[in-house]
Design a protein around this ligand. Sequence first.
Ligand SMILES: [Zn+2]
Length: 494
Amino acid sequence: MTKRRILAGGIAQESHSFNPIRMGRDSFTITAGADAVARARRTNSTLGGIIDAADAVGAEVIVPTLYRAQSGGPVEDSVFAEMKAIMLEAARRGDFDAIALPLHGGMLTPTLHDPEGVLMQELRAIVGPDVPLTAAFDLHAHVTPEILATCDLLAAYLTNPHADQGATGLRAGRAALAMLDGTLKPALAWAHLPMLTLGNDRTDEEPLQGLQARAAAAVASGAVHDASIFNAQQFLDVPGLGQVVMAYSNGDVTAAKALVSELAADLWNARTRLIGRYPSLNDCLARAVAGAPRPLILGDQGDRVAAGAPGDSTVILHALLGLGMDLPAAMPITDPDAVAQCRAAAVGATVTVTVGGRFSTVAPPVTLTGEVISAGEGASLIYQGPAEKGQRAYVGPFAVLRVGALKVVLTARPYSYIDPEYYRVMGVEPRDQKVVVTRSGYHFTLNYAAIGECITVDTPGMSSYRVKELPFTVARPFYPVDEITLTPQVQVKG
Ligand SMILES: [Zn+2]
C-alpha cells in the first residue's frame, strides 16, 4: 500500500471586531513544507497533533503553508487570499488522501466573517465530497453552519486555559485517517445558543467542568465518537455569534443527538453562572505593596491581546505610577513610536517618551522619563509551557524603559505575554518583580504558575467582559446583552 498523505495547513488567528488595527502579513509567522512539519513535530500544537496521528500509522503530513499570528484586529483580505491561493493550488495538484486543517476558527477579514468556512468550502469544491476533511479549532472559534456543512469532523480544544492543542490536532488527524480506513462515518448533531460565556468560563471550574466531563464520558464510553463545546470568541460582531455544542456518532446519529440535546439545554440554563466577576486592580496592587509572598502576575482583563485587543492600555500603568516608583514591576505597552524613540536614543540613554493610550482610549497616554535598559530589532523565543510548550514566536522591534523599579516593555506590535519567555528575551526577568502584567485573561495562568500568583484583574477596555459597553450590532440579539427566550434546538447532519 502506498503511504497515505494528509494535507494540513491554513491560517490561525483570533480576531476582535472592535480593534481598528488591521493585521498585515508582517504579523504572521509563515512556515511551509518539511520545515513546518519539523518545527511542529512533538510540540503541543494542533499541527503537532495531526503529525502525531500520521506518524503513528506511517502516514505523511504535507503542509503547503501555515500562517500563524497572535490575536488582534481583522486580518487584511490580501493575507487571507495569499494563504488560500497556496492551499487551493496544493488541493488542485492532488497527491493526498485527506485534509486535516490546524486553524483557530475565530478569524475575521474586513470583508469576511467566516474566512475559515470560505477556505473549507473552496477546498471541498476542488477535492469533492469523498475526501475526508477535518479540522482542529480553538474552543473560542466562531462555528458557522457553512463550516459544519463542509467539514467531516471538527474538534475543539476541551480546555480553557488551553492545554490540549496537540490532543485536539490528534483527534482531527485520527478522524481523517479513520475515515480513510472506512472505520469512521461521522454523523453530526449540533445546537447553537445565542449566548456568551464571560469571565466564569474556565473548564476546570463549574459549570463548564461538569459539562465537559459529561461530554468526555460519552466519548470514553463509546456512546459518541467525538464531542466539542465551543464557547466562542466574545468580541466578534458577526451573524450567529454564540455557543455551539456538537457531537459526532459513528454511523447512526441518535446518541450524538441525545448528548447534544442534554448538554445544550444545561449550558443554556447555566448562562447566568457563566458571567464572572474579577478582583479589583487596586486591591491586587495593595497586596503587592504590602508584601505578597510571591510575585503577582496580573492579567489585564480589559486589554487582552490574547483576545484581540491592542495592548496599549495605560490603565495599569497609571495605577503602578500612582504607587510611586519603588515597586519592582514589569508591564508591556504596544507603541511603535515610543520604541523608535528609545532605540534612536540607544541603551543607557535617558529619554522622555509618551506611551500608550492610542487605540485603547479608556485611559490617557503616559509621559515617562527613564533609562533605556534594553532594545532591539527583534527576538525569538520558545514557549516553555506547559501551554503551547515548544511553540516558537518572534517579537519585533522593542525597547525596555526603566523608571525607578518599574520596567515598561515597549513593543512595536502587540503580544499577549502568555509565556514568561516574552519578558526574558527582552531582558526582563519576571521572577525578580513584585508585579508582572500580561495581556491575557487565562492562558498566562498556566505558564506563570511556577513563578507567582496569577490573577486576572477587573480593568475596563476593548476586551472587558462588560459587553454591554461595546458597540455590538450584527451579533445581536445574544445573552447577556439581550434577554432571550429559547428552547435549544438540535440539528443533525449525516
Ligand atoms: Zn481560545
